[in-house]
Design a protein around this ligand. Structure first.
Ligand SMILES: *[C@@H]1O[C@H](CO)[C@@H](O)[C@H](O)[C@H]1NC(C)=O
Ligand SMILES: *[C@@H]1O[C@H](CO)[C@@H](O)[C@H](O)[C@H]1NC(C)=O
Ligand SMILES: *[C@@H]1O[C@H](CO)[C@@H](O)[C@H](O)[C@H]1NC(C)=O
Ligand SMILES: *[C@@H]1O[C@H](CO)[C@@H](O)[C@H](O)[C@H]1NC(C)=O
Ligand SMILES: [Zn+2]
Length: 454
């Protein structure tokens, strides 16, 4: 081999990825090439198939890309769930390229990030929709999946009311949505964002409400509102212009470039509420371009606008506290409930199968309560620093003590109820929900227009 060819073959895998719209099979080829040439830090897997049978490919990056490591939080980015909102596909491929090159070039930011975090990237959640989309900036051709369903309206919704929820459960869930739901069961994701187009704003839960106590001044406020606002501002302020409240056509300006999802417009069956309520994964909806299908020549600048924000947002997975819960004999326990005073999550946060919990919190003092059958309720106050600066949340394990009175008896192995809908329904209930439905019926046309805008 001549020195020149040797030089070129060494150079090839680390030259920058071309700025253009790769089609679904090109994305697959690119991910395959990356994963075979970087097996130590990447791993390619599929979470399922689209309606027409296209694989939903995910690239995992990290020092242990194939499996979870205790203490290393799981993070994910999802793009293109609306098939015609395509910038996210480009951004996530560029992000992969950037992370891998950064690592190979021994750049500190990439080493720290991949050493501390496992990052999962799904460049397209709706490959069928992409195939049928046109390149229009505004229209919604290609938004839906092959069955004509809006994937961001097809998730279970805690606010839908008991009757509606049962209806939704019985309905057929789209395969792309089912794949994501199963994915959330396999990995205990801590933080996530899903990328859209048609606006420039970072939107955070809740997207829905039933008119209960969560509804405050037109926003549907979650128990972790402070954390969500912080996360959304991280993205909007690290973005070149989002924080300036950029307006796309007729949209209203967004203060700081962020918005509560419901306050922007209510939607039922969205992915971010599902992630947060059911999978204890805090998720944002990032609207990254006014034009849903930006011209190719604008892609390099759009990447530059988003690059730092995408990286900084991943680093936020290190907010708060993480650790394990051990039973009286020193064994880490699954499904222990780990709650923070003042944060009544509908589905209380629970430890995963390794006995781990991850709790994103801003710096401050927090009172934790840990509950597990057969053991005393444990309460501890923790002082939480700003973890992202150190690429690690505060590490704290909880050591449970067996209940004296039940020693020797047969004990249940896990607490029974998973989610407590009473926490939202009690304050709102069906009466308010009725009023809300009537109100929104009057706004029907506005809602339909809005609902296709992101
Ligand atoms: C991958 O990791 C192994 C074990 O740590 C190491 O020996 C090998 O050099 C690494 N390969 C690359 C391409 O970095
Ligand atoms: C990677 O993380 C471990 C601890 O998890 C630490 O000891 C090591 O120094 C880190 N390496 C780099 C390059 O950050
Ligand atoms: C948290 O607790 C520590 C120790 O008790 C105290 O010094 C500190 O002022 C508290 N911080 C806040 C924000 O309350
Ligand atoms: C559910 O939440 C309500 C309101 O916070 C509370 O009164 C009730 O005890 C909870 N139920 C369970 C089973 O935790
Ligand atoms: Zn969208």
């Amino acid at each position: 081999m001549s020195p020149l060819i040797l030089f070129l073959s060494f150079l090839t895998p680390i030259t920058a990825l071309e700025f253009r719209y790769h089609d679904n099979s090109e994305i697959k080829d690119y991910l395959t090439q990356i994963s075979t040439s970087n097996p130590n830090i990447t791993y390619l897997y599929s979470i399922g198939q689209s309606v027409t049978g296209q694989e939903l490919w995910v690239l995992a990056l990290g020092l242990s890309p194939r499996r979870h490591t205790v203490g290393i939080p799981e993070f994910k980015y999802v793009a293109n769930m609306h098939g015609n909102e395509v910038l996210g596909r480009v951004l996530l491929l560029q992000l992969i390229d950037d992370l891998v090159r950064g690592y190979r070039n021994n750049e500190k930011w990439a080493l720290y990030l991949l050493n501390s975090t496992r990052i999962h990237i799904l460049p397209t959640m709706n490959p069928d929709g992409f195939d049928s989309s046109d390149t229009d900036c505004l229209f919604s051709q290609g938004r839906f999946n092959h069955n004509g369903i809006d994937l961001n309206r097809n998730f279970p919704d805690a606010f839908a009311g008991l009757r509606r929820r049962q209806q939704l459960d019985e309905e057929k869930r789209e395969p792309e949505v089912k794949a994501v739901i199963d994915w959330l069961r396999t990995e205990s994701f801590v933080l996530s964002a899903n990328l859209h187009g048609g606006a420039v704003v970072a939107s955070y839960p809740y997207d829905n409400s039933n008119g209960g106590s969560e509804l405050v001044n037109g926003a549907s406020v979650s128990p972790d509102d402070d954390v969500f606002i912080h996360l959304a501002k991280i993205y909007s302020y690290k973005h070149a212009s989002m924080h300036q409240g950029e307006r796309c056509r007729d949209s209203r300006p967004f203060l700081d470039g962020i918005t509560n999802g419901y306050q922007w417009y209510p939607l039922e069956g969205g992915m971010q509420d599902y992630n947060y309520v059911w999978a204890q994964c805090l998720e944002l909806t990032l609207e990254v371009s006014c034009c849903k299908y930006p011209p190719v020549k604008e892609l390099p600048a759009l990447w530059t606008d988003n690059r730092e924000a995408l990286l900084a947002f991943i680093q936020q997975v290190h907010l708060g506290v993480k650790g394990r819960v051990f039973d009286s004999s020193g064994v880490p326990v699954h499904n222990a409930v780990v709650e923070v005073r003042g944060r009544n999550n509908m589905c209380p946060f629970r430890t995963n199968q390794h006995g781990e919990y991850y709790r994103l919190l801003l710096p401050g003092n927090y009172s934790f309560t840990v509950t597990y059958p057969g053991h005393e309720v444990l309460t501890e106050t923790l002082t939480v620093p700003y973890g992202p600066d150190y690429y690690s949340a505060l590490k704290h394990d909880f050591q449970l003590r067996q209940l004296a009175m039940t020693t020797g008896r047969t004990l249940p192995t896990s607490p029974s109820p998973t989610c407590n809908y009473t926490r939202i329904v009690e304050a709102g209930g069906d009466v308010n929900r009725l009023a809300w439905t009537e109100l929104t019926a009057g706004l029907g046309l506005v809602m339909v227009l809005r609902s296709l805008s992101d």
